[in-house]
Design a binder for this molecule. Structure first.
Ligand code: 13P
Length: 292
């Protein structure tokens, strides 16, 4: 039986192996089942991301941890799986440590850097005492995440170095990436910023690319070659799920025999999430990573 693991080892392997592990955000049981089943099918390590809003929606972090652990046992999931708090507040991090998550992200990017450092430092100590991995953030990611709106700024490499030196296990640094669908006039990722950050933090700390939805493959590949080892995807699964569900309803399938059964209504959307996870894992190069 697989058990939740911190994300440190899988991301170190990815960094050395020249690929990235996907973080796919979960919203409910179908989402979780789709991502775990597909990761197992692809023999790929995977990170389940839970935002504070999604955690609340799913009746709290304890419910989420119990659901994921139960599902891993019942579905015989043996690939490495990390259950990770996405863009956590200080209080949210404490709750996830208690609830049995295996990884947390503290997003102190909206605080002045000294305050971000102070809080990150405390949480690094706590997370490591509990055998968990921890991600920190420098430079806000653009777009909206649970009501927090950022502009897609680029992180200051010196500030990244200060946070990296606190012993975080992986670091999210803004390089012009945005949550949600990219606008037509998006400037693209700033590889100069990414290279400058990598230069400062050294070769051993994996970087995290948020806003993975809609980033073209060539940019993804280049980001991986410059030290990105974890890529977060959320919106793309949501769009795929909703599109497939809409097609089911619009085709009138809910009016066919027992077509209104929620297990039938939610099936096309669940399969669409699995397809999205597969496409992304192919692009990130993580297929077969559980065996590597
Ligand atoms: P997208 O919703 O743009 O895929 O971003 C996800 C993310 O970065 C979660 O932290």
């Amino acid at each position: 039986m697989g058990r939740l693991v911190p994300a440190t080892e899988m991301l170190q392997k990815a960094l050395k192996g020249g690929y990235a592990v996907g973080q796919f955000n979960i919203n409910n049981l179908e989402w979780t089942k789709a991502i775990l089943t597909e990761a197992q099918e692809l023999n790929s390590a995977v990170i389940l991301g839970v935002s504070e809003g999604a955690g609340k929606y799913m009746c709290g972090f304890k419910t989420v941890a119990a659901m994921v652990e139960g599902m891993m046992e019942e579905l015989n999931i043996t690939v490495p799986v990390a259950l990770h708090l996405d863009h956590g507040t200080y209080e949210g991090c404490l709750k996830c440590i208690e609830a049995g998550f295996s990884s947390i992200m503290f997003d102190g990017s909206h605080f002045p850097i000294d305050e971000n450092i102070e809080k990150t430092k405390e949480l690094v100590k706590l997370a490591h005492e509990h055998g968990m991995s921890i991600e920190a953030e420098v430079g806000a990611i653009g777009g909206e995440e649970d009501g927090v709106v950022g502009k897609g700024e680029c992180a200051d490499p010196d500030e990244c170095k200060r946070i990296a030196d606190l012993g975080v296990d992986f670091l999210a640094a803004g390089i012009g990436n945005i949550h949600g669908v990219y606008p037509d006039n998006w400037q693209g990722l700033s590889f100069d910023t990414l290279a400058a950050i990598k230069e400062k933090i050294g070769p051993d700390l994996p970087l995290v690319l948020h806003g993975g939805t809609g980033i073209p493959e060539d940019m993804i590949k280049k980001a991986i070659s410059l030290g990105v080892s974890k890529i977060n995807v959320n919106t793309e699964c949501q769009i795929a799920f909703t599109k497939a569900t809409r097609a089911y309803i619009e085709a009138g399938k809910d009016h066919e025999k027992k077509g209104f059964d929620p297990r039938k209504v939610l099936k096309p959307g669940t399969e669409a999430i699995m397809e999205t996870v597969k496409t992304k894992c192919e692009m990130f190069g993580s297929i077969g990573s559980a065996a590597k």
